[in-house]
Every structure is written in C-alpha cells, then in structure tokens.
Design a protein around this ligand. Structure first.
Ligand SMILES: *Cc1c(COP(=O)(O)O)cnc(C)c1O
Length: 475
C-alpha cells in the first residue's frame, strides 16, 4: 500500500473542501437552523471524511475533478445526510396497506377527540392530580378508570403502560412465590417478544401446565390445584387459532372452580372488546363485560388494539384485587403519563356515547362495508383518471381483495375490500412502492402479484386529496 496515491488522487485531495469551507457553503447555511451548529459540524466532518476515503480508494473516477464540483458534491451529501437522519424521526404516514391495527405503523390511529384532548388539555398544565372542586390533591387517572369500570361492569380499574406490563404486574402481585395453572394451548407468544411462560417466570410465579395443545378439561385444572396455587390463568391466543378437535372449559366453569378452591381467576384478554363485534366477523375476541359476568376476578387488555386508543394496559376487576395491585411498588414504575390518560378518556367517552363506530378510527375502518369501499374507491379512481389524463405511465385498475385486522387480533377474519392495483410502465413495481414510501407524507402499500395495492379502508377520507396528489406526481 506504500504510496498508492496517484498524482491525480493527490491533486483531488488538495481540492477536497475543508470542513470549514463546507460549513460556509449555501447548503450548510440553509441547514444550520435545523441542525444546530455542533451537529452540523459533525455531519460535515463525516461527509468530508467519506469523500477523502473514496478519493484515496478509487482515485478520482467517481467524482468530478475540480474544486467547485467537489464542494458541490459535499454539499449534496451534507443535505442528504441530514434528510436521511430526519427520516428516522417519528412522522405521520398514510397507511394504504389495509392492515387496520398495524403494529409497525403505531397500531391504532387516535380519534379526533383523543388528539384534541392530548393537544389542547394534557399537553399544558392540567388537573392530573388536582381536584378542581376542593382545590386539594386529586386522584391520578380517576376519570379514565371510572369510565373503564363503568363500560366493563367491573368494580375497579387501573391503567399501566401496556398489556405486557399489566400481565407482569398482575402476576407479580397475585402469584409471586406461588403457582399459576394454565392450559398448554395458551402458552403463546404474542408479537415476538411477549411470551406467556417468560412473563410468568419473571413475575416469580411457577408455571403449572395442564392439558394438551388442543384439548384441556376442567378436571385437568382441578387436579393441578394444590396449596401453593394462587390463580388460574386464561390467556386469549390472539394471533393464532387451533381448529378441529379442540376443547377448553369456559370462563364460568373456570371461575366456579377457582372460587370453590379459594384461588383467583385472571384473564389476559389481549385485544378484547368493549362491545360485541360479532357483526363484523369478530366472534372470538373476549367481551370484557362478559368476562366480568362470568366471574373473572381480574382481566387485562390492550388500549391500542380493538379499543382503538393509545398504548396502555387496562386492568379491570374486583375492587379488593385492583386496590392490592395499585398499592404494589411496581405499579408506580408502570403507571402512565397524562397524555395517555387524556387520550384514553376521550376514547372511552366515545364508547359511552355509543358513538364508537363513527368516532374511533379502528372501529370505523373495521365496520366499513365493501359496498362503501367500492363506492369510495370508484370515486377516487375517477378523480385519479381525470388528473392523470391521457398517456400516463401510471396505470391502475380496481380489484377485490382482503383487508387484515392485525395487531395480533382475529387472524381468521379478513374483511372483503376493494383495492386500487397500480403499475407503472417506466419503473418496476418495487421501485413504485419505494417511491410512494419516499413521498411526503410516506404512503405505505403492499405488493401482490406484481401490482402495488392501495386499500382505502385504512386511508382516512381527509387523506384522500393528499394521496391523489402523490399518485398524480408519478404520472
Ligand atoms: C397483544 C397481547 C399482549 C401484549 O399487549 P401489549 O399492549 O402489546 O403489551 C398480551 N397478551 C395478549 C393475549 C395479547 O393479545
């Protein structure tokens, strides 16, 4: 490697702008207010370092050989480095995938009222722990807990960071040092990093597996109960289904058994439903109020799955049990922020007004009929055809397909939907998908059989104009 630099390389290295020169450029001046001076210097240094390395390694072929062009190249890269970095920050996207509770896209989009509650109320000083009637200290989360208890028919409610935290907390408080009986058919993994057996072990409880993967009888549970048993655990399998020769006791039978033997019944309902959603094909999600009636002592479920609110773990059940959980030091570590309470309150209010199908985006999308989607998609396609005009390279057709519930809920339910299938005569399908993903805001689609698919079920009507504009720019 001894002196591998050609004379030309040495010359381009001489022309390589200094970090200071790059920082004085028009591009750097423009970026300064966004990046801050210190970070801009860090970016500029890495751009110059990379350019120097490239010149040393590849000679001058790849980069035009002049002082001006090297500076221009450095400016271009500086801007690109900043844009790339910014793309990793949280930003709104248009979800055209048709996956309603899309975990990678933040699960549930919030209702207008929930967004307002965060923005207008909770993001300023607010009465989080202050009673406006008495002028004294108030109870944190009281309103959200009250609504939750009322809507589920439970005596009490408590809210933590997510459903995994709820399960961990409930098991720690109620079963640490004791045994928990669970069916082998319910030792599931949900969403990659939530495994029921692992959470159980972490909580300090001992797992007592009973039955088989497809069949567990009440007597299996009964035989496993001993003086160390603290509770029976019922876990909703959420993202998978066992079909065929299956059996498991219902919640009432389990509750009767638990209470006869003086232990507790805890149900991890996962998504859960506040109201019966069987009309929309969701026949398998536990309805929380029914679980309470069946006799579950405590139930946990997610705030951002079918409830359509924010990430949170909702715990409901008997007052004495919920208060025991509230008093445990671990609750203090898992409690939620004011923004979460605000969004949850607004979401739960919509359920109480029985206006959730209109107000809560997840439930509005879920309940949209294919007839509605056909009409919407046809109208959108008409506008697109008109805006693209003749001879557009972007081609499309309307086809039928399926949406997905997502979020580990109802894997067997795939609502029929109407799709806009896109193709481009000049670029590949994957390039088309990539271009849509690079638009502002990014449009997230899926590819099937060499077409880019757009499912308006998960696109709000207020986003249609934007989406139209983005598509027209691809003509
Ligand atoms: C989704 C799910 C969880 C985890 O809920 P998060 O809110 O994502 O923490 C736990 N248990 C069941 C049964 C689930 O479906």
């Amino acid at each position: 490697m001894e002196n591998s630099e050609t004379p030309k390389t040495a010359e381009s290295l001489r022309f390589l702008p200094s970090i200071d020169a790059l920082l004085r450029s028009a591009t750097a001046t423009k970026l300064l207010s966004q990046t801050g001076a210190k970070h801009l210097t860090v970016l500029a240094r890495s751009v110059i370092d990379a350019l120097r390395r490239e010149i040393q390694e590849n000679g001058v072929n790849s980069i035009e050989f002049s002082r001006e062009s090297l500076l221009l190249e450095a400016e271009k890269r500086l801007e690109h480095a900043w844009r790339t970095e910014q793309n990793t920050s949280l930003q709104r996207v248009i979800n055209a995938t048709g996956v309603i509770i899309h975990t990678n896209l933040g699960r549930a989009p919030l209702s207008e009222n929930a967004r307002q509650a965060i923005f207008e109320e909770a993001s300023r000083y607010c009465n989080l722990e202050y009673n406006l009637e008495t002028g004294k200290r108030g109870k944190r989360g009281a309103r959200a807990e009250h609504l939750l208890a009322e809507l589920t028919g439970a005596e009490s409610a408590l809210i933590v960071n997510n459903c995994a935290a709820a399960a961990f907390l409930v098991l720690t408080v109620l079963a640490s040092g004791g045994e928990v009986v669970i069916s082998r058919g319910e030792l599931v993994e949900i969403g990659g990093d939530f495994r029921v057996p692992d959470v159980l072990t972490q909580s300090g409880a001992t797992l007592r597996e009973v039955g088989t993967t497809n069949r567990t009888k009440l007597s299996d549970y009964e035989k496993a109960i001993n003086e160390n048993t603290r509770l029976l655990l019922k876990v909703h399998p959420s993202n998978y289904r066992i079909i065929g020769f299956t059996a498991s006791p219902n919640l009432t039978e389990l509750a009767d058994l638990a209470h006869r033997r003086d232990i507790l019944l805890y149900e991890d309902a996962g998504s859960g439903a506040i109201f019966d959603l069987a009309e929309y094909g969701l026949t398998d999600e536990p309805i929380i109020s029914q679980s309470i009636v069946a006799g579950a002592d405590v139930i946990s479920f997610s705030g951002d799955k079918l409830l359509g609110g924010v990430q949170s773990g909702l715990i409901v059940g008997r007052r004495e049990i919920v208060e025991r959980i509230r008093k445990h030091p671990l609750y203090r570590a898992l409690r939620v922020d004011k923004l979460i309470y605000a969004a949850l309150e607004a979401t739960l209010e919509a359920f109480r007004r029985e206006n959730f199908l209109q107000e809560i985006p997840v439930l509005r999308m879920l309940s949209a009929t294919n007839a509605e989607l056909m009409t919407r998609t046809a109208a959108f396609a008409d506008k697109l055809r008109e805006s693209l005009g003749e001879n557009s390279a972007l081609k499309f057709e309307i086809t039928e397909g399926n949406s997905v519930i997502g979020g580990g809920s109802a894997p067997d339910v795939q609502p029929v939907t109407t799709l806009l299938a896109l193709k481009h005569t000049k670029i590949s399908v994957s390039k088309l998908e990539e271009k849509l993903r690079a638009s502002k805001p990014p449009v997230i689609t899926r590819i099937l059989e060499d077409k880019v698919l757009i499912d308006l079920r998960t696109v709000s009507e207020s986003e249609e104009v934007e989406l139209l504009g983005i598509l027209v720019r691809l003509k």
